[in-house]
Ligand binder design. Structure first.
Ligand code: C2E
Ligand code: CA
Ligand code: CA
Length: 575
């Protein structure tokens, strides 16, 4: 499919190092010269008489040797400059001559042709050797060309081939999109299963992507290359809209949804994709790739479930995080941080409770995603204030709900960052909020992410034990994204395990992903935890979770994060 366009890529790559062929006209000139020289040789060989050259008389037949030598030189030039074709024609010409000369010797008993026969045979040997040498050089050149444009590990085209193609497209003014791709957490794959296994992962991923690019299944014209390490680049052409670009990138993303098994280890790989378009976003190679890289890094940094991001000039604003930090400080000062409540349900659709999620707007009234401002708040030490504000405001609101219509089973969950947990006055702050909000501690739950618990085990554990003593519940958030061991989980006094959305996303892609989620649920149950699945969006996911015994769900399918008023309506409808 799309052979004509594919051949442009091939031509671009071929032009990088193919040796220049001599002009075709030269070939015909040599051929004609050869026939003329051969004709003159045979005509002059038997000629009588002599001519005078600078006073001496020379026999005419002596010139036959001169033309024979000229014919041989034509033959050698043909092989030298015209490769296989030259060699074949030369062989045919020489081989036709042998019976003709032999006839002269054996039938007409003309022994003067004996030297011609030997010259013919020696020339054949010479051009066979010459041709062998040519082939050896061709193979060597082919190898050099492969090394220059292919990545040795994955056999994908390399950075050089990629820039050649991109420069060519830019020169021709053809619209295309450059996608920067980076494998998520590749370093931990290398660290945990070793360098060779890491290489095997790259080879497997490259082969899956190459299959898509070669098959043309994406509907666009794609060119996938490996730039270095776990960095890849995809060039997409022949599309109509941004949707087409995203559709194509999703194909490459979903090629990773099947696990990669290396040395009996099952690995679940994801990648981050950032893209920029020529000429809309940038008009030269360097800017284009630095923009697609910026979008890719941003998508990685946000760590959201959508791993694809288009470049926007916003990303270039130096000090974007400084700006966000300023906004967080202003929002804390003006007390404009607010919360949404996302409902959680059991599988019978009975309300379990709500998770309070922080919300912040910038001065234009646009929402800034917590995926963006929470990590910055963590870095600059403001997250405890955000956590505290969200907890205080949501608990106050939840207290009024309980007063209006008591429901002793409904729970309010809040996110607590480890930086907050580690503060000396953390427990006092919690006690104070419980007291003033009037919410019984048994109806409050603190969510702590799995990776954070492992990093800061001992002190965090002490705080958590104290929260438990106060009567609060503990949830392990984003379960499956960290690397906790079973023995560690076992000593952790959690009540609820929250399975991360990424596992729910790919749960129905194949049987083993489903079994994986089922295994997490079983482990949770063995340890006496309830299990909730996050990010449930589709009825099929709900069906599977019901089938494998999940206790609760939280997701757009039954409830997005809601304003307090909307959450109140859900609450009143349920109690
Ligand atoms: P999280 O704790 O894992 O929260 C769940 C996130 O998944 C929320 O994103 C929620 O809106 C989103 N979500 C829930 N169901 C679905 C679904 O079906 N589909 C999709 N696509 N998304 C769904 P949100 O509100 O953007 O929060 C992002 C993260 O920010 C949270 O992830 C949490 O780690 C952090 N965060 C939010 N509020 C706070 C807070 O008050 N304190 C702290 N420390 N972190 C917070
Ligand atoms: Ca959470
Ligand atoms: Ca979560």
């Amino acid at each position: 499919m799309k052979k004509n366009k594919v051949s442009i890529i091939e031509k671009t790559l071929n032009s990088i190092s193919n040796r220049k062929r001599a002009p075709v006209a030269g070939f015909f000139a040599l051929l004609i010269l050869y026939f003329v020289a051969t004709f003159l040789t045979s005509s002059l060989a038997g000629a009588q008489g002599s001519i005078k050259i600078v006073g001496s008389s020379v026999q005419v037949y002596a010139f036959a040797g001169v033309f024979a030598a000229l014919a041989n030189i034509c033959i050698i030039f043909m092989v030298l400059f015209y490769g296989k074709l030259g060699f074949r024609i030369a062989m045919i010409a020489l081989c036709i001559q042998i019976p003709m000369i032999s006839m002269g010797i054996f039938v007409r008993k003309n022994l003067s042709s004996l030297s011609g026969l030997f010259t013919d045979i020696f020339t054949i040997i010479a051009i066979i050797l010459l041709q062998k040498n040519n082939e050896r050089m061709d193979r060597y050149q082919e190898k050099l060309r492969d090394q220059a444009i292919n990545d040795m590990l994955t056999q994908l085209p390399n950075r050089f081939a990629c820039s050649e193609l991109v420069n060519d497209l830019i020169k021709r003014g053809e619209k295309f999109t450059a996608v920067s791709i980076d494998i998520n957490h590749f370093k931990s794959i290398n660290d945990s299963i070793g360098f060779n296994a890491g290489n095997a992962v790259l080879i497997e991923i490259a082969s899956r992507w190459k299959t898509i690019a070669d098959s043309g299944l994406s509907g666009t014209l794609d060119f996938i290359t490996r730039l270095s390490g776990d960095e890849f680049a995809l060039i997409i052409r022949d599309y109509r809209s941004d949707e087409d670009i995203i559709k194509t990138i999703r194909q490459y993303e979903s090629a990773l949804s099947n696990r990669v098994t290396i040395d009996d280890c099952d690995l679940y790989i994801t990648a981050s994709f950032g893209y920029a378009e020529f000429p809309t976003d940038a008009d030269n190679l360097n800017s284009l790739f630095s923009y697609s890289d910026a979008a890719m890094s941003e998508s990685k940094r946000l760590n959201s479930s959508d791993h694809i991001m288009r470049f926007t000039p916003d990303l270039l604003k130096a000090g974007r995080s400084l700006e966000i930090e300023r906004k967080i400080r202003a929002a804390l000062e003006d007390d404009t941080i607010y919360f949404n409540l996302q409902p959680q349900f059991d599988l019978e659709h009975k309300l379990r409770g709500f998770e309070a999620l922080a919300r912040m707007k910038d001065s234009d009234g646009n929402n800034i995603s917590p995926g963006e401002f929470i990590p910055i708040a963590e870095k600059v030490g403001l997250v405890d204030k955000i956590d505290g504000t969200v907890f205080r405001k949501s608990a106050e609101f939840f207290g009024t709900l309980l007063k209006k219509s008591p429901a002793p089973d409904v729970i309010l969950s809040v996110n607590v960052s480890v930086r907050h947990l580690m503060k000396n006055d953390f427990l006092d702050e919690m006690r104070e909020i419980v007291r003033t909000s009037g919410v019984p501690a048994s109806q409050l739950e603190v969510e702590i992410t799995e990776s954070i618990m492992i990093d800061s085990a001992e002190k965090a554990l002490e705080c958590i034990l104290e929260l438990k003593r106060m009567g609060m519940k503990i949830a392990i958030d984003d379960f499956g994204t960290g690397y906790s061991s079973l023995s560690y989980l076992n000593k952790f006094p959690a009540d609820l395990l929250k399975i991360d959305k990424s596992f729910i996303d790919k749960m129905n892609a194949n049987e083993s992903s489903k079994k994986y989620v089922a295994a997490i649920i079983s482990i949770g149950h063995i340890m006496n935890f309830d299990v909730i699945s996050e990010g449930v969006e589709q009825p099929e996911q709900l069906e599977t979770l019901r089938e494998i015994g999940c206790d609760f769900i939280q997701g757009y399918i039954w409830g997005r994060p809601l304003s307090p008023d909307d959450a109140e309506a859900v609450y009143m409808g349920a109690v």
